[in-house]
Structures are given as structure tokens and as C-alpha cells.
Design a binder for this molecule. Structure first.
Ligand code: TYD
Length: 199
């Protein structure tokens, strides 16, 4: 926890439903707490560049450069949006954060230690929820290829890395192969329990 507020992240494969779940969570908690929904890549200049250039371009940049761009976007996102909000007591819910870089750029072969290092200014989240779906299910759920990161082989590696962090206790896994209402109920329960127990 940084200030009076809290910083909660929702992670998962593309197609796991995390954007819907993060938004619903923010809306539900918004009745009780001052809450804000945010996402990475961010709405800032670097995030916009990433979305428009890196995720759609056929000529991929190297994974190292992508990791650097996501880290740069994160630095701005944290400095301009997350920290000010948390310090004024807001509950910040981020759709993707540091573990997306570890899982996606890590799956592309970039060293996890190095990714941690270039993200050393990224504050630690208070709680990270991982919505777990099978890579095949995730791909099938996507109606179109949303980004260059999406194919079953890549998503399998991405999931493996996420699961390592679940086993370490850094992420809390929620079973995602269920109707969205059930997944949402579990996420709300976990977050409410965290908020109740925080000092
Ligand atoms: P996504 O959450 O799918 O954004 P949107 O809903 O706007 O399409 O994220 C876009 C892609 O960016 C996704 O395939 C994962 C990738 N990504 C990384 O590879 N590394 C990162 O650090 C982040 C934040 C995202």
C-alpha cells in the first residue's frame, strides 16, 4: 500500500475477461469506496504509441524494445495516475500491470530479472488477481486477433509464467473457465476480504 488508498491489479490472458471483470469490480466497489479504473497500456503518449504501433504492426519491434516501452509507459502511468490517486485515498483498479510484462515479454524470451530491473520504479500492487483460462479457450473467446501477442503457443508460455507467480504467492488465481457472474463474485469476495483486513 502506498498511501491511504489501495492498488489492485487484474491480470490474465487476452480473452480471459479481465477488462469486463476489472470494470465491473470498479463499479461495484465504487458504491462503497472512491474507486478508479485504469489500464495498461495506458492512455498516455507512450501507451497510445504501443497500442497503435507495437500491437498491430506486422514488423514487430524486438521483445527487448517492447519491454522497455511497456516499462516506460508504466513509469508514466504510475507517476501521473496511480500514485496521485492512491495518495488521495482512492482504490485504483488496473487492468494489467507489471506481471503482464513479466508474462508476455518473458514468454518472448526476455529475462525476468531484467524486466524486474527496468521496472524497479513501479510500485508494488497490494493485490493482484489472475483470471485463469486455458489458452485455447482464451483464443476462441476472441472474436478477432486483437494484438500480435495472441496465438496458442505464445499464450501457453504466458500462462506458465503467470502460474509461477501464483505458486510464489504473488498473484491470487481465480478460475476463469466459468460464467462471468461467478468469476466476478469470487473476485469481489477476494477484494472485499483484502480491504477488510488491510490496516
Ligand atoms: P489488452 O489488455 O488486451 O489491451 P486491450 O484490451 O486494449 O486490447 O493488452 C494489449 C496487449 O498488450 C496484450 O496482448 C498484452 C500486451 N502487454 C504486454 O505484452 N506487456 C505489458 O506489459 C502489457 C501491459 C501488455
Amino acid at each position: 500500500m502506498v498511501g491511504k488508498g489501495s492498488f489492485i491489479c487484474v491480470e490474465g490472458l487476452d480473452g480471459c475477461g479481465k477488462t469486463t471483470q476489472a470494470k465491473v469490480l470498479a463499479e461495484r466497489l465504487g458504491h462503497q469506496y472512491k474507486t478508479v479504473y485504469t489500464a495498461e497500456p495506458s492512455q498516455g503518449e507512450i501507451g497510445t504509441f504501443i497500442r497503435e504501433y507495437c500491437l498491430k504492426n506486422e514488423n514487430r519491434l524486438s521483445s527487448i524494445v517492447e519491454a522497455l516501452l511497456f516499462a516506460a509507459d508504466r513509469f508514466e502511468h504510475v507517476k501521473n495516475e496511480v500514485i496521485p490517486a492512491v495518495f488521495e485515498g482512492t482504490l485504483v483498479i488496473s487492468d494489467r500491470y507489471l506481471h503482464s510484462s513479466l508474462a508476455y515479454q518473458g514468454a518472448a524470451g526476455v529475462s525476468l530479472e531484467w524486466i524486474q530491473k527496468i521496472n524497479q520504479n513501479a510500485i508494488n500492487p497490494d493485490l493482484v488477481i489472475f483470471i485463469d483460462v486455458e489458452p485455447k479457450v482464451a483464443i476462441n473467446r476472441l472474436k478477432r486477433e486483437k494484438s500480435v501477442m495472441e496465438n496458442v503457443a505464445t499464450l501457453k508460455k504466458v500462462r506458465e509464467i503467470y502460474m509461477k507467480f501464483v505458486q510464489k504467492g504473488d498473484l491470487v488465481r481465480v478460475e476463469g473457465n466459468r460464467p462471468p457472474e461467478e468469476v466476478g463474485k469470487d473476485i469481489l469476495f477476494l477484494v472485499r476480504r483484502f480491504l477488510k483486513n488491510r490496516c
